[in-house]
Design a protein around this ligand. Structure first.
Ligand code: UDP
Length: 364
């Protein structure tokens, strides 16, 4: 048995890891030790995903959150190093582009433990994004670069990564959508609880620093969504970071009551709301893709996206939040739009391919 130490800490990482952890368990060649950094810690940002997705409890919960990027990443680096020294894993597995991703990868590579990066090769080409810095550095020090799309693989090749290290397996979020999606209608109760009719509402999520940390952009999003709410219901499961910013500025109290503000949802409720939305307006990476998986038109509240194939195929359009009117028009125009038939995210077996590669290289 070879030991994989997985470092995760943020909502999308729990969702992605759920399918890979399953495949590790069934491989019977690998064991997994989960390290939860604590980056996301609220019950509805963390625990709910472990419960709903049938995940094993983390062996280590480091409880690290808050502070600046340097402080958070530094504390994670020190604590993950301690765990690695104690556990002596054969590889460290990280996901995506958060501070937990970078801290896990950096702690491992300094101890000469090979790193596997799931969702490698994504680029926004915007170095002002903390996520872009995290993903470029993590890719640079990883041995296995598991890419979700052909575009991501191309980015790595263009950066000079050895072709043998670029492993295009597809997107693990597509696996999750396929394998868990079928359960959603039965289990997700959000539609009924909120009294929403299918196709009657816009679902929105906002959490990227490029929006929450720029008052003009956040104001444009809020104003745009308030204007949309004059035409159709807007449902907004609000990320704690966004809620904090709007609360501190006093904007939360003045939010139009037509915008239905709710707490972050569990995965199954979220998927149910996604599936039946008229339009999804988001700055989330995962939610952009889920909109496509469920064939719902998407508006991305950003200047650029890593998931360019969705814009090219017409399922998604960029709406940089420069004014309320720009956001409103983009959302209303997207209603009932359709994209082309494309399959850019693999075959729904990315998790199995990842584990097959790791078993092949570690257990040979
Ligand atoms: N998600 C959720 N509840 C919510 C909002 C999002 O379960 O209230 C899920 C969503 O379905 C997707 C993932 O969280 O699977 C996306 O994570 P997030 O938007 O936090 O991060 P990103 O994908 O932008 O890295």
């Amino acid at each position: 048995m070879k030991k994989i130490l997985t470092v995760l800490g943020a909502r999308p990482q729990f969702i992605k890891a759920s399918v890979v952890s399953d495949a590790i368990r069934t491989s019977q060649r690998l064991t997994e030790v989960l390290v939860h950094t604590g980056q996301h810690f609220d019950a509805n940002m963390s625990d709910v995903f472990f419960q709903e997705l049938g995940m094993v409890e983390p062996a280590y919960s480091l409880g690290i959150h808050g502070g600046g990027h340097g402080e958070m990443t530094g504390r994670m680096l020190a604590e993950v190093e301690r765990v690695i020294l104690y556990e002596r894993p054969d590889a460290v597995l990280v996901y995506g582009d958060t501070n937990s991703t970078l801290a896990g990868a950096l702690a491992a590579v300094k101890l000469h433990i090979p790193v596997a990066h799931v969702e490698a090769g994504l680029r926004s080409f915007n170095m002002a994004m903390p996520e872009e810095v995290n993903r470029i550095l993590t890719d640079r020090i990883s041995r296995w670069l598991f890419t979700p799309t052909a575009v991501a693989s191309e980015h790595l090749r263009a950066e000079g990564v050895a072709p043998a290290a670029v492993l295009e397996v597809g997107d693990v979020m597509y696996d999750v959508a396929l394998h868990r999606g079928a359960r959603v209608s039965a289990e997700g109760q959000a539609l009924g609880r909120l009294g929403l009719a299918p196709q009657s509402y816009v679902l929105t999520t906002v959490h990227r620093a490029e929006n929450t940390d720029h008052p003009d952009r956040l104001a444009a999003i809020v104003e745009g969504l308030e204007q949309v709410a004059g035409h159709m219901t807007v449902v907004w499961p609000m990320h704690p970071r966004t809620r904090g910013v709007l609360q501190r500025s006093g904007r939360l109290d003045r939010l139009s009551p037509q915008v239905r503000l709710i707490d972050p949802l569990g995965y199954l409720d979220m998927v149910q709301l996604e599936k039946h939305a008229a339009v999804i307006a988001t700055d989330s990476g995962g939610v952009q893709k889920e909109a496509f998986f469920y064939q719902v038109p998407c508006v991305t509240l950003r200047d650029e996206t890593e998931w360019v194939e969705l814009v090219e195929s017409g399922w998604n359009r960029l709406a940089p939040p420069l004014s309320g009117a720009a956001v409103r028009d983009a959302v209303l125009r997207a209603v009932k739009s359709q994209g082309q038939v494309v399959r850019p995210y693999g075959s729904g077996n990315a998790a199995q391919l990842i584990v097959d590669h790791l078993v092949g290289d570690l257990c040979a």
